[in-house]
Design a protein around this ligand. Structure first.
Ligand code: 13P
Length: 251
C-alpha cells in the first residue's frame, strides 16, 4: 500500500517571512489529515526557518535541487550534507525547468540522485516529455530515457526511498492538465520499467506522483488512477488554502 505524497514546489517564490507564514498556517490545516504525506519545498534561503516552523508537525521538508559534491570550489552550489543539516528529508532533482534553463542532463540528474541517497536524502526524480515529443509519438521513449538514466546504478534498497514525479512539460504552468488516462498511461510506463529494472515487488512500492497544473478541481480524478500516488504542485501550492485542499483530496 503506497501512501500518496503531495509536494508544494514553490520554485522561485516566497521570502523567508512568506514561507514561514504559509507553513504556520498549513500546520493547522493538515494536522488531522491522514493517509497522505505532505511536503513543502521552499527556496534554499527559507529552508532553515521553515524547518523550525515545521518542528513537531506532520509536514516534511524538501529542497528544490542539490549538487553532487560534498564540498569544494563550486560557487553557488549546495551539498546533500548541507540540506540534511537544515532538516531536509527530500530533494527535487531534474525538474524540467532545470533541464530547460540550467543545462541539467540525465547524467547530472544521476550524479545528484546518487549523492542525495548517499546522505539519506530522498530524491524526487522528475521526468516527462515536451509537447513536441508527445506530438511526435515519443512520450514513452522520453520517459524511458529519463527514468532509466536518472536512476542508473541505484540499488533496490536505495530505490525504495525514492519518488518519481511524472511532469509532462506541456502541462507545467499552462493550465492544461494531463487527463487522468494520460497520467495513468505514463505512470504505468514508469512502473513497468521499474519492474523490468528491479522487480514487480519493488515497482509496487515506489511512489509515482503527477505534476502539471494540478489544482483542487482536478485532484480527485487524477488520484483515482491506480498508479498515481500523489501530486507535485507548482502554481496552486502558492496559496495555502488551495494547497491544503489538494493535500486533503489526495489523502
Ligand atoms: P504547475 O502546478 O504550476 O503546473 O507546476 C508544476 C510543477 O512544475 C511542479 O514541480
Amino acid at each position: 500500500m503506497r501512501t500518496p505524497i503531495v509536494v508544494a514546489n514553490w520554485k522561485l517564490n516566497k521570502t523567508v517571512g512568506e514561507a514561514v507564514e504559509f507553513t504556520s498556517a498549513l500546520k493547522g490545516m493538515v494536522s488531522g489529515v491522514d493517509g497522505v504525506e505532505v511536503v513543502v519545498t521552499p527556496a534554499f534561503t527559507a529552508l532553515n526557518a521553515v524547518a523550525s516552523t515545521l518542528s513537531g508537525s506532520n509536514i516534511h521538508l524538501s529542497a528544490q535541487d542539490v549538487f553532487w559534491a560534498d564540498n569544494g570550489a563550486f560557487t553557488g552550489e549546495i551539498s546533500p550534507a548541507m540540506l540534511k543539516d537544515v532538516g531536509c528529508e527530500y530533494v527535487i532533482i531534474g525538474h524540467s525547468e532545470r533541464r530547460q534553463y540550467f543545462g541539467e542532463t540525465n547524467e547530472s540528474v544521476n550524479k545528484k540522485v546518487k549523492a542525495a541517497l548517499s546522505y539519506d536524502l530522498r530524491p524526487i526524480v522528475c521526468v516527462g516529455e515536451s509537447l513536441e515529443d508527445r506530438e511526435a509519438g515519443r512520450t514513452e521513449s522520453v520517459i524511458d530515457n529519463h527514468v532509466r538514466n536518472g536512476i542508473a546504478g541505484i540499488s533496490p534498497e536505495a530505490m525504495q526511498s525514492a519518488v518519481i514525479a511524472y511532469e509532462p512539460v506541456w502541462a507545467i504552468g499552462t493550465g492544461v492538465t494531463a487527463t487522468p488516462d494520460q497520467a495513468q498511461d505514463a505512470h504505468l510506463v514508469i512502473r513497468s520499467l521499474l519492474s523490468e529494472l528491479y522487480s514487480v515487488e519493488l515497482a509496487a512500492q515506489v511512489r509515482i506522483q503527477y505534476g502539471g497544473s494540478v489544482k483542487p478541481e482536478n485532484t480527485s480524478e487524477l488520484m483515482t488512477q491506480p498508479d498515481v500516488d500523489g501530486a507535485l504542485v507548482g502554481g496552486a501550492s502558492l496559496e495555502v488554502e488551495s494547497f491544503a485542499a489538494i493535500a486533503r483530496l489526495a489523502g
